[in-house]
Design a protein around this ligand. Structure first.
Ligand SMILES: Cc1cc2nc3c(=O)[nH]c(=O)nc-3n(C[C@H](O)[C@H](O)[C@H](O)COP(=O)(O)O)c2cc1C
Length: 144
């Protein structure tokens, strides 16, 4: 399924303290596994997620450079930690603190695994204006 073209709403979906959103992808970022909490929060069913790239939940308030940094790190086997604003199927948003790592078989990267939990609200207050500034810069001069 291609990315759903939708208008972002101002409604925030809040994770519970004990929620962990887990997903796995192939080497290109196509989703190969998602847990129940992921489906519940993002409001997609399993079939929709398992036929999509992970950018299906990309929110337009996220700067491109955040994902460039993530891919630069994970594709060489390093871990990525970061705050990500995601978009649900309805256009609502939810903030997570994310970890992404590579999965190996015989020393070769065969995919990636991501685990996320509720983002600390005070961290969101700090990161939001930084992401907004990065998007402004990207809109002026590109991602470099
Ligand atoms: C394991 C894994 C998890 C990811 N999780 C997210 C995510 O939660 N939200 C998101 O927007 N992108 C996520 N990405 C990155 C997307 O694949 C994609 O690079 C990003 O959404 C930017 O989309 P674009 O390259 O089409 O602009 C993840 C990638 C991997 C490998």
């Amino acid at each position: 399924m291609s990315r759903v073209n939708k208008i972002p709403t101002k409604k925030e979906i809040k994770l519970n303290n004990n929620d962990f959103i887990v997903s796995k992808t192939d080497v290109k970022g196509k989703i190969t596994y998602c847990n129940e909490i992921f489906m519940k929060i993002a409001a997609y069913n399993e079939k929709e997620l398992l036929t999509s790239n992970h950018n299906i939940i990309r929110h337009p308030d996220m700067p491109k450079v955040a994902f460039k940094l993530a891919w630069d790190l994970i594709s060489k086997g390093d871990e990525f930690f970061g705050f990500v604003k995601n978009m649900t199927k309805n256009g609502d948003f939810y903030w997570v603190f994310t970890n992404i790592t590579a999965d190996y078989i015989d020393g070769r990267i065969v995919g990636y695994t991501s685990v996320r939990r509720k983002a600390n609200p005070s961290a969101i207050g700090t990161i939001e204006p930084i992401y907004a500034k990065l998007i402004e810069i990207e809109n002026q001069g590109g991602i470099k």
